[in-house]
Design a protein around this ligand. Sequence first.
Ligand SMILES: [Zn+2]
Ligand SMILES: [Zn+2]
Length: 231
Amino acid sequence: MDTQWRQTTRIQHWLHQIFSGRCRFCAARCQYREICPGCLEDLPWITAACRHCGMPLASGADCCARCLSQPPAIDRTVALWAYCDGIDALIRAFKLNADLAAGRLLAELAREALARRGIRCIGPLLPMPLHPKRYRERGFNQSAMIAHWLGPTVMPGQVQRIVNTPSQRGLDAAARQTNLQSAFVLNQPPPRAITLIDDVLTTGASLHALAQTLRRGGTQWVEAIVLARAI
Ligand SMILES: [Zn+2]
Ligand SMILES: [Zn+2]
C-alpha cells in the first residue's frame, strides 16, 4: 500500500509539473497565472459596444439599431469577450466539466478589466439563478461563482427560477418570451439598483425576463455584466 501511495504521489507530482504553470491557450510557461501576456492581449475583447445589449459596434455609436427600436429592460450591459477564440472552450470547461480554475481565471481577468476601464457596479451583484433541476445536475451555479469571485456584495436567494430552459424547446419566439415572463419569482422586494451576473449572453432573453421581473418588483436600474457574448 505504501509503495502504491508513493507511486500515486509521484504521478500526481509529475502531472502537476507538466500541466501547471502553463498558458491554457498556447501552453507556454507562465509564472503567475494560466495565461501568458500574448494570449491575454489576443483574447476576443469587446471594447466598443451597444450600452444596452453589449453587442460590438464598429461604428462608434453607443446604441444598436435593435435596442433603439425596442429598448430592452436592461439599462447597461458589459460583455467582456466575444464567445469564441478559446473563451468559449474555457467557459465550457468551467461550466460543463467543473473546471473551477478556468472559471476563476476568467473572473479574475474580468475583474481586472472592469477596474482598468473604471466600470463600477451600481447595484449589488445578482447571479442569474439556475432552475433547481439544473442545479442538481451541475452541482453548482456558475453565475453565482463568478459573482462571488467578482465580489464584494452578492445577493443570494433574491430570485428563484421556476421555469427550466429546456422547457423552451419546441416553442416559437413569441411562446418562448411568454414562457420566460413567468420564469422568475422574487423571494423578497429587490433593491433599487441591481447588477446581474451571467456567464454567457446568447439571445439575452433570460436576462431581459429577469430584468423585467425585477422592474415589476420596483428596481429602477438594472445592469448586467457577462463574461462573454454571442456575436
Ligand atoms: Zn499563451
Ligand atoms: Zn443593443
